[in-house]
Design a protein around this ligand. Structure first.
Ligand SMILES: [Zn+2]
Length: 339
């Protein structure tokens, strides 16, 4: 079985994001926001069958851990109340897809974060997604300000109410920024890389996992072609970096790397136990690589071409590690296999 740990609903019918634009434009005046669009099952089915399901079949992957489009989370664009409504709508759409295609997709939720708003704000929607919709993880935006980083670091107690619930619910979080509203940072080439690298360095130089030894965080710090942010661990300022080995009990890295040399470096630097197969298909890095003729996001090819990985290594990357990091997915798959 091949589990893709990183997919988003980037092919949603146009009216879905159009509604968000109306909501943002209303600037909190609820009466000016139209009712959410009634998206039919047929429209959802068409968008998935021609989109992510087609790609799964072409590339021979089986199950995608699937969340709303992260570039559209836009936590910086509206207030907390509006973001709660937007998260509910996005997550409900994901739930409908997972129920229509239960063998191909399992849900991960968008949190209704907002700049400067305490994380307890996110707990009711998180609980709904896990307990009522059957989701197995959540996306955590380390910078809900969209490139200005005005909220405290991920290792600050500010974030603890969220981590406490994640541990209670046996739920991993994927560190994932949204779009950049800071013109200094290109969304994919700079803001995404910066978000993942910043989060990683915050974890490395803190005692966060002494307080949350069971927390599982999933990071994809190697986005842009040729860009690798984790070589020798830099020593910075007063915070003495923790040994990487210790961090690997709680932090996992996915294969959204998008080229062969990067994938090989990932497999050299990070133990196979900490690598999760992921493609973010039809996502931030789509299109054909002119040098190879391959789709950049067909990341299965890169893993299969790493010469020193054994069949057991590949089984861990493609399936075993995901079952370990996403405990609710494991129980769900075990239940499915008994049916
Ligand atoms: Zn993503």
């Amino acid at each position: 079985m091949i589990i893709d740990c990183h997919g988003h609903y980037t092919t949603a019918p146009r009216e879905h994001e159009e509604w968000r634009r109306h909501q943002v434009a209303a600037k909190g005046l609820v009466r000016q926001v139209p009712p959410p669009p009634a998206i039919s099952d047929d429209a959802i089915r068409a968008s998935i069958e021609q989109g992510q399901l087609r790609v799964q079949r072409e590339r021979g992957t089986d199950l995608t851990i699937f969340s709303p489009k992260t570039a559209a989370m836009d936590h910086h664009a509206a207030d907390s109340e509006a973001n709660i409504r937007w998260a509910e709508i996005c997550n409900t759409l994901i739930c409908r897809i997972c129920r229509m295609f239960p063998r191909s997709f399992v849900g991960v939720c968008q949190l209704p974060q907002a700049p400067g708003v305490p994380l307890v704000n996110c707990i009711p929607e998180l609980e709904r997604c896990v307990r009522e919709l059957g989701f197995v993880g959540c996306n955590i935006n380390p910078d809900p300000c969209g490139g200005y980083w005005t909220d405290p670091p991920l290792t600050d107690r500010w974030w603890y109410p969220l981590y406490e619930r994640l541990v209670d619910l046996d739920l991993p979080g994927m560190i994932h920024v949204s779009s950049s509203c800071n013109p200094n940072f290109h969304a994919t080439g700079a803001h995404y890389l910066n978000g993942d690298t910043t989060a990683f360095m915050q974890f490395l130089t803190s005692d966060l996992f002494d307080d949350f030894s069971n927390a599982q965080l999933h990071n994809s710090p190697w986005r842009w072609r040729g860009s690798l942010s984790l070589g020798p661990i830099p020593r910075i300022g007063a915070g003495e970096p923790r040994p990487l080995q210790k961090l690997l009990e709680n932090v996992f890295f996915d294969t959204c790397v998008y080229h062969q040399p990067g994938t090989e470096l990932l497999a050299r630097v990070i133990p196979v136990e900490n690598i999760l197969f992921a493609s973010e298909m039809i996502g931030a890095v789509r299109g054909l690589d002119p040098e190879t003729g391959h789709h950049y996001d067909d990341t299965r090819c890169y893993i299969e071409a790493v010469p020193w990985l054994t069949d057991i290594d590949r089984e861990m990357i493609f399936e075993g590690n995901a079952r370990r990091v996403y405990p609710r997915l494991r129980s769900r798959l075990e239940l499915q296999s008994r049916l």
